[in-house]
Write a protein that binds this ligand. Structure first.
Ligand code: WT7
Length: 635
């Protein structure tokens, strides 16, 4: 079917127009031809953004793992599905074929069943980037359990919050993990978390580092002996199109993390279709996305998107700097990677190392380069284009979100002419809108506003676990009948989009989405802290770094500020994880507040960015005098 694979710009416009004019016919055609359905749908789409309620392919029945695995066995059984590259380059890479993946997923699914896990149960997966992570994820999907993968860099407190929020009775983890030169006691973190998770009955532990860990009698079980005893056949559970496939947590600007719920059929169709087109994947290509499966990028574009297309997907356990900063290039060379998908923060860190390491390796296999997670600045774009792609491989700057499930605005390589720092055109089926200050849609080109999406797409999140009202308030209340993304964007003279960044209190640090509120809550746990406020400021590697303004309690005693800074960051590490640590901490006597008591982050942001030329009218503040004081002591 020609629509499935777009090959030139005219075709893009043609298919795009069709996808907008007749979205149901369009998506029905895509769904018809490329997937394995146990029963086809009665209705392609029903939606109402005021509730909000969105249903795709209602009446259809399927199992996504049959599409990721079973469907390929006849033609690709011996093809590598997952190519595991370990942290230590001297350890052999592992090629898991589709045949082997089938057996390992079935075994794992049978183990879960044996532990009493049933369709609809939530299973928390807190596993590093080892094959068991992908296999556990697919095993849940095989039996209809809802997986909730938690990034294995999160702290025990963050893990506990996520386990409790969706009532997981089962947790899958490992005895530890390797990260560059470090080993991490993952099971210890799980044990700490479980002190506050009374609902957890079973912990399945994969062996990775062979450390001597504490196993709690009756609760903790080694995975391998259970797998060894399990059957290699496991029938796929019949899932309805709108049955939840997974929950994935993302930070909001306020409150606890939001458990975004993604459902089965629409998510499958959209991630498969975007993967095929955005990476122009061809049968023998080796595709590598450097993200962690703990983020949406890994769910959609390491596991589901590639596997539904029968692709070979590289899974890398380590970090770009180990054993040296040439590791990414070494892996591309070693496995002859054709599509490489990474984050601007990684590109900036690697660019800092110069070109010697990147020139040492043969990167001629590369065809497409991807970027995701935050705006890519012009300098990083050119470095990536010149030194990695040698000006031969188009860069796809893909804009999307945990909530959108799949890529939304992106060039299609060899089809859409790229433009540095621009995510360019909406993907097929995506209808963006830019909204002005007055709440009206800005029509035409050369406009700058808040980015919304005005029509449903198949992979959009359907709700926030346990809190539909919050889903509605966060995404569907700012503008009537539109999904609000939280990002600002501009549209240039030819209709290309450039994402300008968050317009809410979410800060993207090294591509990680961090809400201000949970970090402030963590800081405020410190006994010496009275109040705090976090803002972002530009950082040449991380994109943004965090700047904290902290008011200390007046206890009369003098405190060593350097020690306090360390303790505050330690507090954050314990509550959230090291990714949320502050680069700068300024102690201050007050925070600028409105008369209703709201902290004026806009002013704090400008001061942290050393951009105080236009602070606006501060006279209406409750305490205008603190502004000068903060400016005088800025770090
Ligand atoms: C936020 C979503 C999408 C998977 C990884 C992040 C920012 C993402 C881009 C891009 C500019 C981007 C946005 C978005 N973002 N990709 N190509 N250009 N900004 O998922 O953690 O849900 O974060 O990341 O601000 O809203 P996430």
């Amino acid at each position: 079917m020609s629509n499935y694979h777009i090959k030139h710009l005219e075709e893009y416009y043609q298919v795009y127009r069709k996808s907008v004019r007749e979205p149901e016919n369009f998506w029905e055609e895509v769904a018809e031809e490329h997937f394995m359905w146990q029963r086809k749908w009665d209705n392609v789409l029903s939606w109402d953004f005021s509730k909000p309620e969105v249903k795709w392919f209602e009446g259809a029945q399927l199992n996504i793992t049959e599409n990721c695995i079973d469907r390929h066995l006849a033609t690709r059984g011996n093809k590598t599905a997952i190519l595991f590259e370990p942290n230590d380059p001297s350890e052999a890479a592992e090629h898991i074929t589709y045949n082997q993946l089938y057996e390992r997923v079935c075994e794992f699914a049978n183990v879960l069943k044996g532990q009493g896990v049933k369709k609809g149960d939530r299973v928390c997966i807190y596993v590093p980037m080892i094959p068991e992570l992908a296999i556990a994820t697919l095993a849940c999907a095989r039996i209809g359990a809802i997986h909730s993968v938690v990034f294995a860099g999160f702290s025990s407190t963050a893990l506990a919050t996520r386990i409790n929020d969706c009532d997981c009775k089962t947790v899958i983890t490992s005895d530890g993990s390797y990260r560059g030169a470090k080993t991490i006691d993952l099971k210890g973190i799980v044990d700490d978390a479980l002190d506050s998770c009374p609902g957890v009955e079973t912990v399945l532990v994969a062996k990775r580092i062979n450390s001597d860990i504490n196993m709690k009698q009756g609760r903790d079980k080694w995975l391998q002996p259970l797998l060894d005893a399990a059957s290699k056949e496991c029938p796929a559970e019949v899932m309805n199109a709108e049955d939840p496939l997974f929950i994935l947590y993302t930070s909001g600007s306020t409150g606890k993390p939001k458990g975004m719920v993604h459902t089965t059929a629409g998510y499958m169709v959209y991630t498969a279709y975007t993967f095929k087109n955005v990476f122009q994947y061809k049968e023998d290509d080796v595709y590598w996305c450097t993200a962690d499966i703990g983020w949406i990028t890994g769910h959609s574009y390491i596991v589901y998107g590639p596997l539904t297309n029968g692709a070979t997907s590289v899974m890398f356990e380590g970090v770009p700097s180990y054993p040296d900063f040439g590791r990414f290039w070494e892996i591309i060379d070693k496995h002859q990677v054709n599509q490489f998908y990474t984050a601007p923060t990684a590109i900036r860190a690697l660019a800092k190392q110069g070109t010697e390491l990147v020139d040492k390796y043969d990167l001629s296999s590369l065809k497409v380069l991807g970027s995701v997670g935050e705006p890519i600045n012009e300098e990083a774009w050119h470095w990536y284009n010149d030194n990695v792609g040698k000006k031969q491989s188009p860069i796809v700057d893909t804009w999307w979100q945990t909530e959108t499930g799949g890529i939304m605005i992106t060039p299609i390589p060899f089809v859409t002419p790229t433009k540095p720092t621009y995510a360019t055109l909406p993907f097929i089926g995506i209808q963006p809108a830019l909204m002005g200050e007055d709440g009206q849609e800005l029509k035409g080109n050369q406009v700058d506003g808040r980015l919304c999406i005005k029509f449903p797409w198949p992979s959009m999140a359907r709700t926030i676990w346990g809190n539909h009202q919050r889903y509605r308030d966060t995404y569907f209340s700012a503008y009537e009948n539109k999904y609000f993304t939280g990002d600002g964007a501009l549209r240039d003279d030819v209709g290309y989009y450039r994402i300008t960044g968050r317009v809410d209190d979410v800060i993207i640090v090294s591509g990680h989405n961090l809400g201000t509120a949970p970090i402030e809550d963590a800081i405020n746990e410190h006994p010496a802290v009275a109040e705090s406020a976090i803002v972002g400021f530009p950082h040449d590697v991380k994109g943004n770094a965090l700047y904290g303004y902290v008011i200390l309690k007046d206890t009369g005693e003098s405190r060593n500020h350097e020690n306090l800074r360390k303790e505050i960051n330690q507090m954050i590490t314990e509550h959230i994880g090291p990714i949320a640590k502050l680069d700068k901490i300024q102690f201050t006597s007050g925070l600028p507040k409105t008369r209703s008591g709201k902290i004026m982050r806009r002013i704090l942001r400008k001061i942290a960015c050393k951009d105080t030329s236009n602070l606006g009218d501060t006279s209406t503040l409750l305490n205008p005098e603190v502004v000068q004081d903060i400016m005088d002591n800025v770090l």
